[in-house]
Design a protein around this ligand. Structure first.
Ligand code: CTP
Ligand code: MG
Length: 228
């Protein structure tokens, strides 16, 4: 069964402020992009990867990934993450028309353990149409008004935070992107709006999204030394 992963990597990395697109930021000598794409391929569950790069960095990202061979294709991304995923999805339909599972995985989650990648793929193979890795919420959560005064305490037992890779059947992801022009931070959100159920599997703390310099410090000291 052919599995293709779409990797949005066209963001600017404004909050990290490294002066280069976040995907090109090195952690112990290797970029987030190389680590994320290699992690997908080395999981054994992903056969092809389509990366959405900032248009002016496409060649640079192709060089960065050259060692992984011709199972990786780099295409220009767009202004919003949704545009980048859409561009990668269009390319994947040409590049891997036989794909039966499509993953979407942020380049910024460069340290996702292989078992999480394998788990989302396995859930689609078992019949789910959309799958997301999730974590329970550790902190108490409160709803507040515009002034910051607490309105209520939310029952956190029913809440989850959501990670990537998110896995879909090609039909469901295509339909979600075809019927929405919305900007979403989460691909499963578009699938929910299209009326399809979304399953969950356990996520992992090492799958954190590198967003700030604090996250980068965690990656350098904890995540990269533990990652294959
Ligand atoms: N992304 C993308 N295209 C965009 C915006 C984001 O492909 N137009 C990608 C990023 O490269 C990243 C993932 O989506 O891998 C998650 O986005 P985020 O963590 O917000 O990264 P950036 O947008 O680069 O960071 P910032 O918001 O701080 O600028
Ligand atoms: Mg962003």
């Amino acid at each position: 069964m052919d599995v293709v992963a779409l990797v949005p990597a066209a963001g600017r990395g404004t909050r990290l402020g490294a002066g280069v697109p976040k995907a090109l930021v090195p952690v112990l000598g290797e970029s987030l992009l190389l680590r994320a794409v290699r992690g997908l391929l080395h999981s054994g569950s992903v056969h092809h990867v389509v990366v959405a790069a900032p248009a002016e960095q496409r060649g640079r990202m192709e060089c960065e990934l050259a060692e992984l061979g011709d199972r990786v294709q780099v295409v220009p991304g767009g202004d919003e993450r949704t545009d980048s995923v859409r561009a990668a999805l269009d390319a994947a339909e040409r590049f891997v028309p036989t794909a039966e599972v499509v993953l979407v995985h942020d380049a910024a989650r460069a340290f996702t353990p292989a078992e999480v990648i394998r788990a989302v793929v396995a859930e689609v193979v078992a019949g789910a149409r959309a799958v997301v890795p999730v974590l329970p919420v550790a902190d108490t959560v409160k709803r507040v008004d515009a002034d910051g005064t607490v309105l209520s305490t939310v029952d956190r037992s029913a809440l989850r935070t959501v990670q990537t890779p998110q896995a879909f059947t090609p039909e469901v992801l295509r339909e979600a992107y075809a019927c929405s022009q919305d900007v979403a931070t989460d691909d499963a959100g578009l699938v929910e709006r299209a009326g399809h159920p979304v399953r969950t599997v356990p996520g992992h703390s090492h799958s954190l999204k590198i967003t700030t310099s604090f996250d980068l410090a965690v990656a350098e000291t904890v995540l990269a030394p533990a990652h294959d």
